[in-house]
Design a protein around this ligand. Structure first.
Ligand SMILES: NC(=O)c1ccc[n+]([C@@H]2O[C@H](COP(=O)([O-])OP(=O)(O)OC[C@H]3O[C@@H](n4cnc5c(N)ncnc54)[C@H](OP(=O)(O)O)[C@@H]3O)[C@@H](O)[C@H]2O)c1
Length: 249
């Protein structure tokens, strides 16, 4: 028996990295999957890459109207929702002297505001036993320089998980987070992070990780499957670190 047979899952930010790998994993476990992204070109490219019952929807993660449309289209196409993986996010690296209001707002609008209002839009369409999963980061418990905007957004999400777990508990709906450590995805080459900073992180991170390497999107997808399925039926309000030990030892 597949672990997500007949379940409907939404994965935001599924055109790349962990979101894409998780969407593939969910499809292989029998779920009907809605994949979102902000680039129509990247979504179109997935048509031939994926197999199974899926729907590709362009949705800007920071737009509340797009989130409402995403939920409406999902419900129209597949009916109610069982898994909501709020994965879309951006990374920025500016020390406090270089941080602007625009950068701060962009990070928090995409990483925090968007996921919160997507949950609100989905509220009445979540099945009993549904699983909501946020993608946070272990930086929410570390003090890495240059991450004021990013780390604070992920710390906010950690708090949101606790609050929503309390609100959704009586409905039998679980709310959890995955906190990745350094995972080898395209994110580091995006969002105006200077190449020299990327090179620096690439050379320093492995030494800071007990397992001595970057993680893979597949290792996140495996955890996202665990949290989506009934294997984690008594886990809520939790954040599971998938970090090779980086923030644990
Ligand atoms: N990689 C790491 O080391 C790491 C560590 C801890 C936490 N995380 C978190 O893990 C999540 C996934 O990151 P990843 O590493 O897999 O990065 P990724 O490969 O860049 O994937 C991010 C996905 O989110 C989408 N996205 C970004 N901004 C969006 C927006 N405004 N509207 C809609 N979609 C948007 C991206 O689309 P585009 O490709 O079009 O931008 C992409 O599909 C993020 O929340 C990130 O903060 C990553």
């Amino acid at each position: 028996m597949k672990k997500l047979e007949n379940k409907v899952a939404i994965v935001t930010g599924a055109t790349s990295g962990m979101g894409l790998e998780t969407a593939k994993k969910y499809l292989s476990e029998g779920a009907k999957v809605v994949l979102t992204g902000r680039s129509q070109e990247k979504l179109d490219a997935l048509e031939s890459e994926l197999s199974g019952d899926f729907l590709l929807i362009k949705a800007e993660a920071s737009s509340i109207e797009d989130s409402r449309q995403l939920i409406a289209k999902t419900v129209e196409h597949f009916g109610k929702i069982d898994v909501l993986f709020l994965n879309a996010g951006i990374f920025r690296l500016e020390t406090i002297d270089a941080l602007t209001e625009e950068i701060f707002d962009e990070v928090h609008n995409i990483n925090v505001r968007g996921p919160i209002f997507t949950v609100q839009a989905a509220y009445e369409y979540l099945n009993e036993g549904a699983s909501i999963i946020f993608n946070t980061s272990i930086v929410n418990v570390k003090g890495f320089g240059g991450m004021t905007a990013y780390a604070s957004s992920k710390a906010a999400l950690r708090s949101v998980v606790r609050t929503l777990a309390s609100e959704f508990g009586p409905k039998g709906i679980r709310v959890n987070a995955i906190a990745p450590g350094p995972i080898d995805t395209p994110i580091y080459g995006k969002h105006n992070v200077p190449q020299e900073n990327i090179d620096q992180m690439a050379s320093h991170f492995p030494a800071m990780v007990s397992l001595g390497r970057f993680g893979s999107s597949d290792e996140i997808a495996a955890t996202a499957l665990f949290l989506a399925s009934s294997d984690s039926s008594y886990i809520t309000g939790a954040e599971i670190p998938v970090d090779g030990g980086m923030a644990q030892v």
